[in-house]
Design a protein around this ligand. Structure first.
Ligand code: FRU
Length: 460
């Protein structure tokens, strides 16, 4: 048996061994993507190919810590029902033996191409290789080896290739740490996806490393999305250990851009990736986790799994700001309309539900979920504040966002141990995990507005 087969077999054994304990966890999500066992992090290779959505993910099957990552694989026809596909990539070769790290997918010549980073660490010394794997059926991938080696001027923190094309060429951005230990994104060009020409630094200027870059046109403007490390907390901004956000600018060989904005105001959000689907929508998945941020305190580790992904979101640019809204397909999740009345209310609700508080008229108010998380709003100063107990010591911690104009609506997707809160149709989003006690099952809405609540169907 070769190394690839051996790793596949071991991963499969791990899935089977812990299946019962993983799926019996009351914190297990029923409509969000979570790892079959072990640890999930970044969404990878996100693409719609021949009508089918393919989503890959960073996966560590052998434990709930980070390590030599695999690429897990799911497919979907409707963004609601997902099918677990065979493992796409295992860390089986000399150039990726310590992890098939993050990357992206592109279609060319009827084949699905995956670009990823081969991570190698020998006696603590890191090497990095940008690699290619291709597939004719979108299920079985042939590794083609190393395409890009580390250029001069950078440390081995050089990873996460995102590839795209226009009518004439292919392009790639990579997250890179410069030799002076500052973060940047570099870019490459290619005619054929094989030979890549290094074009230089696309953007830099703060932090010590930028991970998972993504570069695309959104409503006529260039957006660079990335996850910078090493930003200092300032007021309500940059409160998580690492950030995830974007700059908007103009690009013609040179990229000039404005201020950095965080994409999400919640506690757990990182390493998002987008794709343009066949309907022309810019769709995003994020990781509902942050590296090095109290990961060791997640109670799901006892059940041999950790972390999950966000729901798919559609991006829009309005008044210089990215709006994220849950894709419209997600209304298919709605099962029963349990509440449809004017707030305030207090009610026992299911662990998988969608809550919509619309046409909010009260000046101030709050929503408390399972006596655990509270969303306070204040229309006068336009603030939304999310409070929850910290995973390590239970002390209250908070995140704050400010809306541009008036607060109108709050839409929440609850899924056992997580929530995604969309304010004003996606102007602000708070994504977070929630490890509430099972003795508490009430929703309290202290606000005037039109309240609707649906129980949501189980998909996993
Ligand atoms: C981001 C990240 C990437 C890397 C991957 C490894 O969360 O650190 O930069 O490719 O995770 O799993």
């Amino acid at each position: 048996m070769d190394r690839d087969q051996e790793l596949r077999q071991k991963a499969q054994q791990e899935v089977e061994k812990y299946q019962v304990i993983v799926t019996s966890d009351p914190y297990r999500p029923t409509y969000h993507i979570a790892p079959p066992v072990g640890l999930i992090n970044d969404p990878n290779g996100w693409i719609q190919w021949n009508g089918i959505y393919h989503l890959f993910y960073q996966w560590m099957p052998f434990g709930t810590e980070h390590g030599a990552k695999f690429w897990g694989h799911l497919s979907s026809t409707n963004l609601v029902d997902w099918k677990q596909e065979p493992i796409a990539l295992t860390p089986s070769e000399w150039f990726d033996k310590d992890g098939c790290y993050s990357g992206s997918a592109i279609s060319h010549d009827d084949q699905l191409h995956l670009f990823y980073t081969g991570n190698v660490k020998t006696n603590g010394v890191r090497e990095t290789y940008q690699c290619l794997a291709t597939s004719k059926d979108g299920i079985h991938f042939d590794k083609k080896g190393v395409l890009i080696e580390l250029p001069n001027g950078f440390t081995a923190h050089f990873r996460d290739p995102k590839v795209w094309n226009d009518d004439s060429k292919f392009y790639m951005v990579i997250g890179a740490q410069k030799e002076d230990n500052t973060g940047s994104v570099v870019w490459y060009e290619s005619e054929d996806l094989q030979d890549w020409e290094y074009k230089g630094i696309l953007a830099d200027g703060f932090g010590y490393m930028w991970e998972c870059p993504d570069f695309f046109l959104l409503d006529g403007q260039y957006v660079l999305l990335f996850s910078p490390q090493g930003l200092r907390a300032e007021g309500i901004n940059n409160r998580n250990v690492y950030q995830s956000g974007y700059v908007i600018g103009k690009w013609n060989d040179h990229f000039t851009f404005g201020e950095f904005s965080e994409l999400d105001r919640g506690f757990e959000f990182y390493a998002p990736q987008t794709t343009l689907d066949e309907k022309g929508r810019r769709l995003l998945f994020g990781w509902m986790g942050v590296p090095d941020q109290k990961e060791e305190y997640h109670p799901t580790k006892k059940h041999h799994w950790i972390h999950q992904l966000t729901l798919p979101r559609e991006l829009e640019l309005k008044d210089g700001k990215i709006y994220q809204k849950p894709v419209e397909e997600l209304v298919e999740l709605r099962d029963e309309l349990i509440v449809h009345e004017l707030g305030p209310i207090t009610k026992t609700i299911p662990r998988a539900s969608e809550i919509l508080l619309d046409e909010i008229t009260s000046e101030k108010g709050y929503i408390t979920i399972f006596d655990y998380a509270t969303i306070d709003f204040d229309k006068k100063n336009r603030t939304i504040k999310l409070t929850r107990p910290a995973f390590d010591n239970g002390e209250k911690e908070e995140r704050v966002g400010i809306v541009e104009k008036d607060l109108n609506d709050i839409r929440i997707f609850l899924d056992h141990s997580s929530f995604e809160i969309f304010i004003n149709g996606g102007e602000l989003v708070f994504t977070s995990r929630m490890f509430a006690s099972f003795y508490h099952s009430t929703l309290e809405v202290q606000a005037q507005g039109q309240l609707s609540l649906w129980s949501l169907r189980q998909k996993f």
